[in-house]
Design a protein around this ligand. Structure first.
Ligand code: GLA
Length: 356
């Protein structure tokens, strides 16, 4: 894997890291002003920068083996570059004086599985820019700018969970975040439990796959209910007058918000796991963002003695599943489940703990 020095000949002036995240509970709630409960993962994206000699930016992505040259006047065509370009362009629009840069990106955050590789890239880029230019941006402002980069330059009308998690979470405690007020606190994992993440091997495409459509459905439901967002719905009973499809979408959001708050108060890993199982059922039946492959993998996880609960994680439509396991049982569970999944025709892999 290349380093900055290998590509650009000498050392960078600034470097920064940002982690991916896995969401434990609170799916598709963030763009409804609701509650989420992500935790950072060990895999990180590393960005290094130096002022360039010439008039253009050079961006090199080690894993992709791709290099792109651009100026801030025109967005580069390469998709991965749009995240970096978006961060640079928005920072400039906020008044930062950004000289042409040599930029190197190296990452072990799995791409396209729902572990926020794009947020990690955005947050690491902005952290590196802050370090290089001495910008006055705190971690919340970095998350907010990163979210705008994703919406305005990558075309996904995402909420703020991923960028807040990458910017503020750590790997030892979950981050309970109120996405409306951005109030937050760290919450320990239930005693005696650990996190396992498996990739289903099913490819997923966020923008094309109906994410933006789900968001539009939620906005329509809120409009019909006369509330600013589905966060403001007080109970399922309030949804009765909605057309069937919107009722199911809204029921997922309202019940999922309640599950996050219950999980934070819950006594132990068994209760937490039950809430994760209920979340999966709701994502599958009401929100319709699961796939048969994800359902198979989740069912295999849920059937293991060492698993308290399991669900798809991230936007859905493919990608990864998360399970809460008995602490220390993660690798054994992964081995058994991946073997059974392979027998059922799937091709999964262990993502967290890394190196499985
Ligand atoms: C993606 C988005 C997040 C969030 C999740 C679903 O990861 O980027 O904002 O909406 O999907 O919970």
């Amino acid at each position: 894997m290349s380093r900055f020095e290998d590509v650009f000949g000498s050392a960078p002036e600034a470097q920064a890291d940002a982690p991916g995240r896995v969401n434990l509970l609170g799916e598709h709630t963030d763009y409804n002003d609701g509650f989420v409960l992500p935790i950072a993962i060990a895999q990180q994206t590393h960005v290094a920068m130096r002022r360039a000699g010439g008039p253009a930016f050079s961006l090199h992505a080690a894993e992709l083996g791709e290099a792109v040259r651009f100026t801030l006047d025109r967005a580069p065509a390469a998709h991965f570059a749009s995240y970096v370009f978006g961060c640079l362009a928005l920072a400039r629009a906020q008044g930062a004086d950004i000289p042409p840069l040599d930029i190197h990106v190296a990452s072990d955050v799995p791409i396209g599985v729902g572990l926020s590789s794009s947020a990690a890239l955005e947050v690491a880029t902005l952290r590196c820019l802050r370090a290089l230019l001495g910008l006055a941006m705190d971690d919340v402002q970095i998350a907010q700018l990163a979210q705008r980069a994703e919406i305005e330059y990558a075309g996904v009308r995402c909420g703020i969970m991923d960028q807040m998690a990458s910017s503020l979470a750590d790997t030892t405690r979950a981050l309970l975040l109120d996405t409306r007020s951005l109030e937050r606190r760290f919450v320990p994992l239930p005693a005696g439990s650990g996190v396992l993440v498996l990739d289903s091997g099913i490819a997923r495409s966020l923008a094309a796959s109906g994410y933006n459509q789900r968001r539009a459905e939620c906005e329509e439901a809120a409009r019909l209910l006369g509330v600013a967002s589905l966060r403001d719905v007080e109970g399922i009973g309030q949804l009765a007058g909605l057309p069937d499809l919107l009722q199911r979408r809204a029921r997922h959001v309202v019940s999922e918000n309640a599950r996050v708050l219950q999980a934070v108060d819950c006594a132990g890993p068994e209760d937490f796991g039950r809430l994760m199982n209920a979340s999966h059922a709701s994502l599958r039946d009401d929100y319709e963002v699961s796939t048969p492959g994800l359902d198979t993998l989740v069912a295999l996880l849920q059937a293991q003695a060492g698993v308290f609960g399991a669900r798809l994680t991230g936007a859905g439509f493919g990608g990864a599943c998360v399970a809460l396991c008995r602490a220390g049982a993660e690798r054994e569970v992964a081995g058994a489940v991946l073997a059974a999944y392979a027998q059922a025709g799937g091709a999964g892999r262990q993502l967290v703990p890394p190196g499985g």
